[in-house]
Design a protein around this ligand. Sequence first.
Ligand SMILES: [Fe+2]
Ligand SMILES: [Fe+2]
Length: 290
Amino acid sequence: MSSIPLPTPAELSITPRDRRFGRHTATPRLWHGGRVEATAIYNALSSTFPKGEAFFVESVRAFRDAAPPKLAEEIKGFTTQEAIHSREHDAFNKRAADAGYDLSKLEAQVEKRLAITRGKPPIVSLAATMALEHFTAILAHQLLANPRHLQGADKETADLWRWHAVEEIEHKGVAYDTWLYATRNWPRGKRWKVKAKVMLYVTRNFVVDRTAGSLELMRQDGVTGLRAWSRLLWYLWIRPGMFRKIAGAWLKFFLPGFHPWNEDDRHLLGAYAAIAAVTPEPKRKVRRAA
Ligand SMILES: [Fe+2]
Ligand SMILES: [Fe+2]
């Protein structure tokens, strides 16, 4: 990586925390404070993770063998964390299904999107992963920085989301650094154009698909039409307003010299210590996914 100076903190360690959530406690159907729209948006997000994060793993792993040793090591940490996230969200989605939700439409939509990207060269999958990883990192930042987002949520489920958010922040530079390395011989203009185009494409799909998915789950709770739209849009854009609050961080992606670690938000990783303090770490050895 000698030719590209990267702001990823040199002493950053990407530590997979092999945790299991919700195995011994029942998850209420409306686990997010009894609110239909809040439960729907998080459930819609979770429905994308098992397949989506498996796609991230294969997209970044495809470039690992060519990567310099430090980056290759970070990729290993990244893929292991994402593999565990997939497992935990798969378990969470099963609990949502047990509570009566049908996630099949949402999962089919994820499959459809992934199939389109998989049909393109590996660098496109890496670019899509890099853009979506910025998205998850800024969502994670907001989730941890503002306690209002999980206010009233079932404790164990809120812990699952905080644990995931902590690791998303920790590995937020990996897909980006892999992309920088893989495109190191590209002219700057071409690199910017591709990354901007891909970001706009994945953002459009993200907003459209998550909105449609949330509305579908709200329909399953008997909330439809204008009432569903207004409650969902209020929740996403006004209060607590996750989408509005990440808009500035999203825009930074397009600035020259952008890098996920230009914003060092490692102070938010302390959220994990709070979770670990009440739920002790399992003793088993962490399985490496890569
Ligand atoms: Fe993840
Ligand atoms: Fe991630």
